[in-house]
Ligand binder design. Structure first.
Ligand code: FAD
Ligand code: NAG
Ligand code: NAG
Ligand code: NAG
Ligand code: NAG
Length: 527
């Protein structure tokens, strides 16, 4: 089954053209030499500049979304640190030279902010800072900032058959961006977000100082669990609390086309999915898979934390319209359910989870919404028309409820809790990376978003920070004023936005850690 939306598309061959700015990179390396007691040979081993032959290959491997490969905006220098002191030096040198520093964990940022920008920047790729230590004695793990979710899931499964972690569905996602932005997956209704399970962290601040939870303080510790670490520092490692999982879980995929009644079924799903027992997540992936297709295929894609003998009676009682049968279901271990959702076969070797390159390496644009009232059938039908107007379009519906209802809106910066029936994600993928072609696809995303306005959350129309969208608030500068940023800030963080800006102002007063959508300083220009 190639359903996981990370596993559906072709891999493109990328060509990179690089523009170099030799003196800046040279000065940066010289600065590193003065901060670290290294010789230049050791510096060469951890740095890649546009003039080095390895640079195109390295940058190419880092860009998980090839949307920007034809544009200028690549890093002046890529640092691949092995040790925290190298990150500390990079922070100080970037600051001294007025450059931004972008940190990459898994590189799945929807707007490429970890590896692409119009402003001059240094990139720190944490690929060599990714060890994971599981402690079953207290059911926790220390996970370094460059680890991927696949590596984390794999390590947990090697240590225990009855532990897991509630986070996203694509194994190549990094823990640096994902956990600091929330992190939702197939155990969301039982356990909440990945960020809800962080108990400690090591963070490097703008002066190069390393903090743990105690020394960063509860405010900063709050901010990095949903507010995005990129505004506050560099996450060296998270300490997370594992969750118990049953030895057997059940997965199913039930596909329905429009002719087979998909609209009616999704309409019904809206009343049911968020109220089911929290052991079950049934998401819906509605897709137009190619230009010629005249129909949408909606797949009800689910993981139930238990055996099929309990699932069938539950579905018969609560969602009989789905007509789920035992033959649609597969029992598996929790780690196999990760494979299943990622689009692998469950009998495939688990080592596939260790691959850090997305199987979804095609250009895409996404947007998100939250839904508080069921959408009428006519509303859904209008959305299908828009999906059918363009090839490779997808809407993913992810149910909330359960544990999400029990966590208050201000517990973490992620405010989308009780009252949300589900989250929607709109996606468009394309293979022709010419700027002309891209324009049409970006326009499509705006069109579906506009169409959906009456059906989704209002004032603010909320969005999920991990599904980053630079169209929101239209701020394309390397710096942001509080008043401008509050457009997207309130969508992502609602009532928590101001507190994030207060914490930002205190913890990073020089606004060193910034990007196109970082938390602004409170007192910045137009506030
Ligand atoms: C194919 C695909 C599938 C996805 N599936 C899901 C899903 O199931 N559930 C879900 O919730 N989200 C999902 N996402 C969204 C994903 O959670 C976000 O894109 C997330 O921010 C990616 O984190 P990353 O570390 O891989 O990305 P990166 O691009 O490396 O980082 C994202 C942001 O975090 C910053 N950052 C990264 N590491 C650090 C660090 N150590 N310290 C400080 N800042 C850091 C970066 O600078 C950047 O601003 C998916 C994305 C893709 C592309
Ligand atoms: C860059 O753009 C050209 C057309 O302008 C296109 O043919 C090419 O495939 C693009 N390169 C990539 C890697 O997308
Ligand atoms: C990892 O996945 C990518 C994308 O699917 C693939 O091209 C590559 O060969 C895989 N690498 C390994 C080592 O299996
Ligand atoms: C803030 O928003 C205004 C109005 O949309 C815009 O003209 C201005 O350029 C923005 N400023 C910044 C710094 O982005
Ligand atoms: C923000 O960026 C713009 C354009 O680069 C610059 O002119 C302006 O001085 C910056 N403002 C602040 C407060 O840094």
């Amino acid at each position: 089954m190639e359903l996981g939306y990370c596993a559906m598309f072709l891999i493109l061959l990328l060509q990179i053209s690089c523009a170099a700015s030799t003196s800046v990179e040279k000065k940066f390396k010289e600065c590193l030499l003065t901060k670290l007691e290294y010789n230049s040979e050791s510096i060469e081993k951890i740095t890649f500049t546009p003039s080095s032959s390895l640079y195109p290959q390295v940058w190419n491997s880092l860009a998980q979304n090839p949307r920007w490969v034809n544009s200028s905006g690549k890093p002046l220098l890529i640092l691949r640190p092995f040790h925290e002191s190298e990150i500390q030096a990079a922070i100080l040198c970037s600051k001294e030279q007025g450059l931004q520093l972008r940190v990459r964990s898994g590189g799945h940022d929807y707007e490429g902010l970890s590896y692409f920008s119009k402003v001059p920047f240094i990139m720190a790729d944490l690929i060599n800072i990714r060890s994971i230590e599981i402690s079953l004695a207290d059911e926790t793990a220390w996970v370094q900032g460059g680890a991927s979710l696949g590596e984390l899931y794999y390590k947990i499964s090697k240590a225990s058959k009855v532990h897991g972690f509630p986070a996203g569905t694509c194994p190549s996602i990094g823990v640096g961006g994902h956990i600091s932005g929330g992190g939702q997956g197939m155990m969301l209704r039982k356990h909440g977000l990945a960020a809800d399970h962080v108990v400690d962290a090591y963070l490097i601040d703008g002066n190069g100082k390393i903090h743990d939870r105690k020394s960063m303080g509860e405010d900063v510790f709050w901010a990095i669990r949903g507010g995005g670490a990129a505004s506050f520092g560099v996450i060296l490692a998270w300490k997370i609390r594992l969750v118990k999982v049953p030895p057997i879980v059940t997965g199913f995929n039930v596909p329905r086309t429009l002719e087979e009644g998909a609209t009616k079924l999704i309409h019904r799903w809206q009343y049911i999915a968020h109220e089911l027992p929290d052991d079950v997540v049934i998401r819906v992936i509605a897709q137009n898979r190619d230009v010629k297709s005249k129909t949408i295929r909606a797949t009800f894609n689910s993981i139930f934390l238990g055996g099929v003998d309990r699932l069938i009676p539950l579905m018969n009682e609560r969602f009989p319209e789905l007509r789920l049968q035992a033959k649609d279901c597969t029992e598996m271990s929790w780690i196999q359910s990760i494979m299943f959702i990622a689009g692998y076969r469950i009998e495939d070797p688990l080592e596939l989870l260790l691959n850090r390159t997305t199987t979804f390496k095609t250009s895409f644009k996404a947007k998100s919404d939250f839904v508080k009232e069921p959408i009428p059938k006519s509303g859904l039908e209008g959305a299908w028309k828009i999906l059918l107007g363009e090839a490779l379009t997808t809407m993913i519906f992810e149910p909330y409820g359960g544990r999400m209802n029990e966590i208050s809106e201000s517990e973490t910066p992620f405010p989308h809790r009780k009252g949300n029936l589900y989250n929607i994600q709109y996606l468009v993928n394309w293979e022709d990376n010419s700027n002309e072609a891209a324009k049409g696809h970006l326009q499509w995303a705006k069109m579906v978003y506009k169409y959906m306005t009456p059906y989704v959350s209002k004032s603010p129309r909320a969005a999920y920070f991990n599904y980053k969208d630079l169209d929101l608030g239209k701020n394309k500068h390397g710096n942001t004023s509080y008043s401008n940023a509050s457009v997207w800030g309130k969508k992502y963080f609602m009532g928590n936005f101001r507190r994030l800006a207060q914490i930002k102002t205190r913890f990073d007063p020089q606004n060193f850690f910034r990007n196109e959508q970082s938390i602004p300083l409170l007192n910045s220009h137009h506030s």
